[in-house]
Design a binder for this molecule. Structure first.
Ligand SMILES: Nc1nc2c(c(=O)[nH]1)N[C@H]1C(S)=C(S)[C@@H](COP(=O)(O)O)O[C@H]1N2
Ligand SMILES: [Mo]
Length: 249
């Protein structure tokens, strides 16, 4: 796994609300500043270790008989229907923003990269869960290939669908972006993604709730701040209904 830079670590911790930077600003003796820096570091390590933990993985016999669709169940455009009927020959996933080497990848190119398979449980805030086996490319390998710049603090996921007249999008910090179970999935239970589950590509962000797992994925964008993305809260549901941006489970 790619090493997470110090800036990324700090951004992730800031997002978590961890850290005691303000304490360091107060007037204290050199010793107590040193002590608080020490304990900040210890807290930081603990928080980070927690964030890097793997989500539980299950056995093939645990897989749900049906994996329901939720939110958008298709992309309501003629382009999408044409692509769907042909197996998405022209679909592209772009990797842009704060990267030295922007990418535009076909499904074929994505399928040729090293893959990860994981049987995980999806939990939706609406109160349902389903277990499925996802196959896809670790996001970390795409970020590495695109040479993400150190000033990137967040990864934004752009989607093709609109819900209530708005384009769906989501975002994560660099800790989740480089988490080994964060994958760009193109298969569910050994088959190409069904239309309702986000064909041809969707994110799996296994340590967070369902709404973070962007479906109908078209773009991955590295940014320094979320302020100018959507309405600034980092995701569709965050913008429209004040859902938590960090939806850890
Ligand atoms: N592009 C897009 N991604 C999305 C949604 C959506 O409406 N559009 N809904 C989210 C929600 S709330 C959930 S629970 C999951 C549902 O995934 P599923 O349709 O595979 O069950 O997708 C998430 N990702
Ligand atoms: Mo959801």
């Amino acid at each position: 796994m790619a090493e997470i830079g110090r800036r990324h670590l700090l951004a992730g911790l800031a997002a978590l609300g961890a850290g005691a930077c303000s304490r360091i600003g107060e007037s204290e003796s050199a010793t107590s500043i040193f002590d608080s820096a020490e304990s900040w570091h210890r807290e930081a390590q603990r928080a980070l270790a927690g964030r890097q933990r793997l989500a539980p993985e299950f056995e093939p016999s645990d897989i749900s008989l049906t994996f329901r669709g939720n939110g958008s169940l298709t992309v309501d455009t003629a382009d999408y229907r044409a692509e769907l009927s042909k197996g998405f020959p022209n679909w592209r996933l772009t990797v842009t923003g704060l990267v030295d080497k922007p990418l535009s990848l076909s499904l074929e190119a994505l399928r040729a990269l090293p893959q990860r398979k994981q049987i995980t449980r999806h939990d939706c805030v609406e109160g349902w869960s389903a277990i499925g086996e996802w196959t896809g490319v670790p996001l970390s390998s795409l970020l590495d290939a695109a040479l993400v710049r150190p000033e990137a603090n967040f990864i934004v996921f752009r989607c093709a669908d609109t819900l209530y007249g708005r384009r769906y999008y989501e975002s994560v910090d660099m800790i989740d972006a480089y988490h080994p179970q964060t994958i760009v999935a193109h298969q569910l239970n050994g088959e190409n993604l069904p239309e309702k589950n986000g064909a041809p590509l969707r994110m799996r962000i296994e340590r967070q709730l369902g709404y973070k797992h962007a479906k109908y994925l078209t773009g991955i964008e590295a940014v320094a701040s979320l302020d100018n993305v959507g309405e600034g809260k980092g995701g569709f549901w965050e913008d429209v209904a004040d859902y938590q941006w960090y939806a850890g489970i």
